[in-house]
Design a protein around this ligand. Structure first.
Ligand SMILES: C[S@@+](CC[C@H](N)C(=O)[O-])C[C@H]1O[C@@H](n2cnc3c(N)ncnc32)[C@H](O)[C@@H]1O
Length: 300
């Protein structure tokens, strides 16, 4: 297995879970950072990314037990698992719902040589051609990789033709269903760390922060965390406000809201808020410089 560019078919094989934990972290880190979603956000995350925040947050948690937690935009879910472990270590009974835009995915295997990782929205997330892994984006920090751009256009066209010729695959992929024939196999997966999928304290839910059906969750959560998602680089202020207000309606009175962004030096800048009597957020504490959307949250 290549540490640089791990393939989905390897990460989601039975052998992977038997690997040493440090190796699993490394493979998963490299796997998720190469996945770009349709809305051009990345699945980048890594182990112990939010460790300092988990520790500070212990001082601000509401008293209710089990603590009901919503962790949004969790990517591989590893930071959620680490948070859950830290809470358990500190004797805090809890249940976590972890959400992300893309959790359900399918590995479409053709002739056992080509494996395409596809989201439930039919958007290709990784191309694995004869064992060579090709990320699904061509724009890098050095500009556009023209060769990859052309290659991806061709792959996407071929995939579209494949779906047009075999329309039932469209529904099978959307429903996260499995399928197997001599030439084609559909392998449904949950696009998180396999360790997270096995954790009983964490429930995974595919949900778009912008268009979520939240009515079931009104005033249900004691704590909500949004890490590395409510960034000005991803969304404009109006969209951020809409998300903040949605999340606010899910918090219990006195509930705690945590927003964090990790910078390039891997330092966390976070703000911890409490929902006050008048349905306004009050700032409880800052980690580093605080989050970049503090004002939007305080004025929401
Ligand atoms: C950079 S990762 C953050 C992962 C983790 N919270 C952390 O801090 O390490 C951003 C995640 O946001 C998710 N995401 C992007 N747009 C979203 C949306 N509209 N609704 C829900 N999740 C979204 C992506 O799928 C990705 O997994």
């Amino acid at each position: 297995m290549s540490i640089e560019k791990p393939r989905a078919i390897e990460i989601y094989s039975k052998n992977f879970i038997g690997l040493d934990e440090k190796l699993q972290n490394l493979y998963e880190e490299n796997f998720f950072k190469e996945i770009q979603l349709k809305n051009e956000t990345y699945k980048t995350t890594y182990h112990e990314r939010l460790k300092d925040l988990d520790k500070v947050l212990l001082n601000f948690l509401p008293k209710e037990r089990p603590l009901k937690i919503l962790d949004v935009a969790v990517s591989s879910g590893l930071t959620t698992l680490e948070w859950s472990n830290s809470l358990s270590k500190n004797g805090i009974e809890h249940e976590i719902i972890a959400t992300d835009l893309n959790l359900k995915a399918t590995i479409v295997s053709c002739f056992k040589k080509v494996h395409i990782l596809v989201g439930s929205n039919l958007f290709p997330l990784q191309w694995d051609i004869w064992g060579k892994c090709i990320p699904n984006y061509s724009k890098t920090s050095q500009g556009r990789n023209l060769k990859r751009f052309i290659l991806l256009l061709i792959f996407q066209l071929l995939f579209k033709i494949f779906i047009i010729i075999n329309p039932r695959f469209k529904y099978l992929i959307r429903d996260n269903a499995s399928y197997s024939s001599k030439y084609i196999a559909l392998i449904p997966i949950l696009l998180v760390s396999p360790r997270v999928a096995m954790c009983k304290k964490i429930k995974l839910l595919e949900q778009d922060l912008l268009y979520q059906d939240i009515s079931n969750f009104n005033r249900k959560f004691h704590v909500i965390r949004a890490a590395n998602i409510l960034n000005k680089a991803y969304f404009d202020d109006n969209v951020l406000l809409k998300i903040i207000r949605n999340l606010k309606s899910l918090l219990t009175k006195d509930g705690v809201f945590v927003v964090c962004r990790t910078n390039e030096q891997q330092e966390n800048n976070a703000s911890i808020f409490r929902l006050g009597e008048t349905n306004k957020f009050l700032l409880l504490h800052r980690v580093g410089n605080g989050c970049e959307i503090e004002n939007l949250i305080l004025n929401s």
